[in-house]
Each structure stands twice: as C-alpha cells, then as structure tokens.
Design a protein around this ligand. Structure first.
Ligand code: PEP
Ligand code: MN
Length: 360
C-alpha cells in the first residue's frame, strides 16, 4: 500500500509514518513527488491490510492510504508518476533524449574495441557496450576476455568520454564489474537470478535489466523490483526479444512491451534489435520500430568485421551500417518525442494498468 502525505505534512509527520511502518515489521520507501510525498509500505502485509490501512490513515499529515493491486510497487508509475531519469557521465537516460548504446557483442582485443568505440562515438552513440563475461549457450564457445576486457572498456571510456556498459553474470563478479563499468547489464538468462539482482541492487551504478526471453512483462517488472527494493533506484529495462514459435528470427521483439511498460512503470526502456532478430539486415527496421513506439533508446551490436566476430557474428552491424542506422533513427525520434504524452494518455484512458489483459 502507499501512504500519500498531505501537501501540508511536516517532516515530523513523514518520520512518524515511517517509524510506524518499521514498527509493524515492514519497510518504508519514500518518493518526493511534485505534489506529495508518497511512502510505499513494502513487505508481507497479508491479513493485516484493513487494520493497517486504518492505522496509517489516522496518522497526522496523512492524506490517503491506497491499497495497490499490482505486485510491483516501487517500480510502478502509481508510486512514482514522473519518469526516472538516469545520469551517467554525460549521458542522460529517460529524459526524452535518445540513448544509443553501441559496441561489439564481445570485447575481443584492445584494437577491436578502440576501433569500434571511436567509430560509434563519432556517429553519435551515447554509451559504449562490450561483453567481458559472456553467457554462451555452448560451454565450448568463446567465454569473453573477463577482467582484461574490463580494463580495455575503462580505457575506451577515457578515450571517447562515453560511459561503458557490460554484463555481470555472477554475484562474485559484481564488485569488479562495478569498479570498471559505468552501467551493469543483467542478461536475459539471469533476469530471475534473485541473488544477483539483490547484489546489483546494492551498488552505486545504474543497472540495465534485460527481459528474460521467457518472461512476462510482470515478471520483468518484479525482477526490477528486486533491484530497486535492494536500494538501487537506477534501473533501465531492455526489451531484447522473447522466444516464440517463430524460427526465422532469433527471438520475437515485443514492441508492445515498450508503451506498456512506460504506462506501468516510470523506468526507462531500451530496445535491443540485435539480439531480438539475430540478423544484421533486420536490426535497422526494428531499431526504427522501437524508437517509433517511444523507446528511450536502442542497444545495437557493432563490429569492425562482423563476419569474423567471436560471438553473434550474424547480427553485428559494420561501422558504416551503424552510422547509417543513426541517420535513420534520429529523425524518427525527433518526431515521436512530441507524441510521448499522447501515448501515455491513451494507456491511461484504456485502463490497461488495472489488471491482467485477456490473452485471446
Ligand atoms: C548481450 O547483450 O551481450 C547479451 C548476451 O544479450 P542477452 O542477454 O539479451 O542475450
Ligand atoms: Mn551478443
């Protein structure tokens, strides 16, 4: 449930409510909104709900107490109506600007990373990506350069000024990855690795949470809830395709998830058409599609010589193809930017946030 404080509530009133929540064995999270302070009451409430509703409602400075039907609380737009905006070095994510994360699937060498970094920076990328620890389907495939790659990524950041994002696969890698990288990525295979989610929730680095390839939007938001409730509010969501019966594409990019998540949550949403399609020539149309439905940005894989890449050779763009993609998506973003409010209003009018959708 959420306790909405009156505009006239004093700091002592807010503290009083928070101590009462703690006294009930629950955890308070407050959000200072434009109009009101809202305090989320998180924990096992169960049968105590009606009693607690009355108890909090009677406290000084409280305007209303609202029960929340959805299982995700801190990531919901009801709790936090304004968009979350994440700043990392010079990049701003979620403020209406277009975030473009680009770089190789795997960091293969210093030269390969630097050549890619220079080219994507020159073409307008805002974040540099590169895999150091690689989650590969085969244990015999290239597993990444590990810490050596982290060092190259840090050097590439110094060289280009771009913040770097890289995947962390295991709880025991969190500290070292956070030492070198600016944004931590949780891959699709780890979306429900709850100990990893809790651990990245404790570091002072934004986290990009990829959607599990078999996860519903609600499961994805619940995974984000693990990170936020562990203390890290800076979560970026990434739609990277889900597995369906289709085999021509590596995955099926769920474009509807973008406006849907914007409606349900305040967190920024990025689309990854590289992993969603698995095919180089499909990356540009799907990147355009993602931007057109209001994504806060795109993540694409780029390699100086994709055919010789050690991972995901078929889906990585060449350096000129990346520059061409930029010229295609920037004007689309300019047009769509002005429609963002309309897209959200349409969702509110349809009431899609108020429960499950019919599947047929
Ligand atoms: C990646 O971005 O390098 C990656 C492995 O993606 P995903 O987890 O979406 O497969
Ligand atoms: Mn890849």
């Amino acid at each position: 449930m959420f306790v909405v404080m009156a505009t006239t509530a004093t700091e002592a009133d807010v503290l009083g409510v928070k101590s009462q929540i703690l006294a009930e064995g629950l955890t308070p999270f407050d959000h200072v909104g434009n109009d009101h302070v809202v305090i989320a009451v998180v924990g096992e409430i169960g049968a105590r709900r009606p009693v607690l509703l009355d108890r909090f409602a009677a406290m000084p400075g409280v305007m209303t107490v609202t029960p929340i039907s959805k299982p995700f609380k801190l990531t919901s737009r009801e709790f936090h109506p304004e968009d979350t905006v994440i700043r990392v070095l010079d990049a701003v994510i979620g403020d209406g600007s277009l975030t473009v994360m680009a770089g190789p699937c795997s960091v293969e060498s210093r030269d390969q990373l630097f050549e890619t970094a220079d080219a994507v920076a020159a073409a307008g990328a805002t974040v540099l990506r590169g895999g150091a620890f690689k989650p590969r389907t085969s244990p015999y495939a290239f597993q990444g350069l590990g810490v050596e790659a982290l060092r190259y990524l840090a050097e590439a950041r110094d060289r280009t000024g771009l913040p770097v994002i890289t995947e962390v696969m295991e709880p025991n890698q969190v500290d070292i990855v956070a030492e070198y990288a600016d944004i931590l990525q949780i891959g699709t295979r780890n979306m429900q690795n709850y100990s990893l989610l809790r651990d990245v929730g404790r570091v002072a680095r934004p986290v990009m949470l990829k959607r599990g390839y078999g996860a519903t939007v609600e499961e994805w938001l619940m995974a984000a809830e693990y990170i936020v409730s562990s203390g890290n509010p800076n979560v970026i969501l990434c739609e990277r395709g889900i597995r369906t019966f289709e085999t021509y594409t590596r995955n099926t990019m769920d474009l509807a998830a973008v406006p849907l998540v914007h409606h349900l949550s305040h967190l920024p949403v990025i689309v990854d058409p590289s992993h969603a399609t698995g095919k180089r020539w499909l990356v540009k149309p799907l990147a355009i599609g993602g931007v057109a439905v209001g994504a806060d940005g795109v993540m694409v894989e780029v390699h100086p010589n994709p055919d010789e890449a050690l991972s995901d050779a078929e889906q990585q763009l060449t350096l000129p193809q990346f520059a061409d993609l930029m010229t295609a998506i920037v004007p689309v973003h300019e047009q769509v930017r002005s429609l963002r409010g309309d897209l959200l209003d349409a969702g509110a009018a349809a009431g899609i946030g108020n429960g499950g959708l019919s599947k047929h």
